[in-house]
Design a protein around this ligand. Sequence first.
Ligand code: PLP
Length: 454
Amino acid sequence: MNVETTSSAAAARPTEPRIRTELPGPRAQALIARDEAVGSPSLTRAYPLVAESADGIWVTDVDGNVFCDFAAGIAVASTGHAHPRVVAAIREQAGRLIHIAATDFYEPRYLEFNERLAAIAPFEETARVFLTNSGTEAVEGAVKLARHHTRRPAIIAFEGAFHGRTLGALSLTSSKLKQRAGFGPLLPMVFHAPYPRVRAWREGSGGDGTAELEVLRRSILGRLVAPADVAAIVVEPVQGEGGYFPAPAAFLRGLRDICDEHGILLIADEIQSGMGRTGKWWAMEHVGVEPDLVTTAKGIASGMPIGAFIARESVWTWPPGAHGSTFAGNPVCAAAGLATLELIEDGLMANATTMGDRLRSALEAVASDAHAVRDVRGIGLMVGVEFHTHEQANAVERAAFERGLLVLECGESTLRLCPPLVVDAAAVDLAARLFGEALEAARYPEPGPAEVGG
Ligand SMILES: Cc1ncc(COP(=O)(O)O)c(C=O)c1O
């Protein structure tokens, strides 16, 4: 597997975090003060990390502290930071052509990236691809295409979903109230169905989503919106921002059945779960359910801003001019994407399975007698540790940071570990050990009776 050993810096890489100042350090403190004076107050920095550089799974801050990165820039740095093959592809392409506007002109990297993505589409039918600049734009585009193709107005999404923050995608998002508050009116005819939040998730272990499917069939499609008015059901096969909940196979199969019954398109939002993170290109492949459209972004180009929506050939019935974008499919991003896909195929996807299993077991072991931990779950390198309360999750997140481990909260009280797919056994064991130390060291309030269970 050609992953971590190709960089000349690899030999000099740390094997442990190095924390040599109080956190944040003096340079970080000064920069944070400047940032906070000029940046949008809407940003919610998890902890005071001021990144200066990064290599593989190691992030160095402006004071020279070195952290082990199990956040990967929100599940983005899939091939590790600054993978030499990705950096070379970016450098080469930047020297050749930075921009041409794929909406108006042809360009080789654009079409090659489309070809590669079409080849890995999670359905049998021939695929076409539209490249975007971000995840939210991929969702916008997929919803536009679904509406245009079906000529139907309504969309069904799920409680706890995160699909992005532009107004169309935001209308589907429902993971946190503050993401929606104050922005209405949002898209009309968007309905949110319950999503099965199955704890202690294992294939075949109870919680199959039957009750949630029943609500969708009876309450939503039976009372609120006629199935013939619904263009698409949009689902994350593993709910990401909502708390790292993998959907049970029976639930996804049930959605496919409903779609087939009523001519509704099934859109799988794989922006967080796709690109090999769960050990297959797409999380949908674990359950053998084919969507009609799939969205991707995040890990697709190792940090360069690009996403895509991919749909079956038969869905692309919109005419020239119906959709476009000035920057989308930028050749430098597409070149980084091509290098990224090669690396994922060339070992990283398999590594995600092996290391994911190791990480989950190791976390289960360190959490086994931590009263604050409610559940450890996930597929591949998309692992969540759920606490009883947000305060507990937050305290452990901070304690992990202070020990040099970067993790990120999601949902109401879950810490996600979504490292670069290049992690090896030593890194996984290190992360689990640091996580265990953080669990022990965190000073969090004991949960009150009302906060336990449910
Ligand atoms: C499942 C999913 N969809 C959409 C998005 C939005 O992507 P972006 O932040 O690139 O717009 C995200 C981002 O977290 C996501 O996890």
